[in-house]
Design a protein around this ligand. Structure first.
Ligand code: UDP
Ligand code: MG
Length: 338
């Protein structure tokens, strides 16, 4: 049996070495399970690719997919999944926020017969207050709108079988909201809890604006409720308008017409104008996505592939040189523990 670890890299030269130093011993310790690591270089502008080349020579079992530019994490992950040969597959973050020690637990659950084993964060202490709150709001809103439930605080870190991967590959959409796609395919799943660590080095690639768009992607990929709701809003407003019209007619019949009401008229028009623009905006969100889907552009483009090589040098797994890197790692761990 083969395990594929799929890791997207975008400007992660400081993490790469440490990632392998942590992950490879864990993977080699798994019984009756061979492994391969698929590294996707998502158009990094730093020395990530060179680092990966070096690591490939040191560790063997490492395949590098170099994309032609930065396509974003979801596309990079898709590229990696397309190249994975494993019977079981685990997507993994390059920044070591997903602790490698959880991998054996995921594998244990899989041996018990589950197709998907989700790694769920028990606390999000390493995230900022704002990120935690907005994430919670997203899950609540998404699960209220979409028919498929996304489990809360579950990222891309999970284990799944070949069958699940083949099912995923049948979903042809270009805009890939992975969490939603995983929820959609279903299969028998279990949950393993873990504590998310702080980033080993570098900064997160997801700004507030990117996350907001990511959330929109989630809503629009799996629910048309935001589109359909406008028929109901429109009908209700029209019904209220008819009642109000009747009221005006009757009042005019009884009291005559003193021509009041400029202020109410202006505010009603402004309100309805605003409501209409929101409706058009929502239409636009969907239409824009339909537009991109109909182009049938590939999700990613590969510049080069680097296949695994024979390991020439020693087979040991030394930690990265440099006391500084080590110290930073320990500080990070200490912070996670408190
Ligand atoms: N990533 C990527 N392409 C991008 C942005 C991110 O491949 O355009 C990778 C990144 O290198 C990391 C993973 O996706 O391995 C998660 O990114 P990050 O840690 O920035 O996200 P966060 O953990 O803050 O959600
Ligand atoms: Mg991260």
């Amino acid at each position: 049996m083969l395990l594929s670890l799929v890791v997207p890299f975008y400007n992660e030269e400081d993490s790469a070495e440490h990632l392998f130093a942590r992950v490879v011993p864990v993977l080699s310790s798994l019984k009756d399970l061979d492994f391969e690591v698929i590294c996707v270089d998502d158009g990094s502008r730093d020395g990530t690719l060179a680092k990966l080349q070096l690591l490939r020579r040191r560790y063997g079992k490492l395949k590098i997919i170099e994309l032609s530019r930065n396509f974003g994490k979801e596309a990079a992950l898709t590229a990696g999944l397309d190249e994975a040969n494993g019977d079981i597959i685990i997507p993994f973050d390059a920044d070591l926020q997903d602790p490698p020690d959880v991998i054996p637990q995921l594998v244990d659950k899989w041996r018990q017969g589950y197709d998907v084993v989700l790694a769920q964060r028990v606390d999000r202490e390493t995230d900022t207050f704002a990120k935690r709150k907005t994430a919670a709001m997203f899950y609540r809103a998404h699960n209220a709108l979409a028919p498929q439930h996304i489990p809360e605080n579950v990222g891309d870190f999970r284990l799944f079988t070949r069958e699940v991967l083949e099912a995923l590959k049948q979903l042809p959409e270009r805009q890939r909201f992975m969490k939603g796609l995983f929820a959609w395919v279903g299969f028998k799943s279990a949950i393993v809890e873990y504590v998310r660590e702080p980033r080993f080095a570098g900064k997160t690639k997801f700004s507030g604006w990117k996350l907001w768009n990511f959330a929109l992607e989630g809503f629009t990929s799996f629910s048309t409720l935001p589109l359909r709701v406008w028929s109901y809003v429109g009908s209700s407003v029209a019904a209220v308008a008819v009642l109000y019209g009747l009221f005006l007619v009757i009042r005019t019949l009884i009291y005559g017409n003193p021509v009041p009401g400029y202020a109410s008229l202006a505010s009603i028009i402004l309100f309805l104008g605003g409501v209409q623009l929101i409706g058009i905006g929502v239409l636009g969100e969907y239409l824009g996505r339909v537009y991109f889907e109909t182009k049938h552009r590939p999700i990613y483009l590969v510049r080069r592939r680097y296949d695994p090589v024979e390991v020439l040098a020693d087979q040991t797994y030394p930690l990265p040189e440099g006391a500084e890197a080590k110290a930073r790692w320990q500080v990070g761990r200490a912070r996670a523990a408190t």
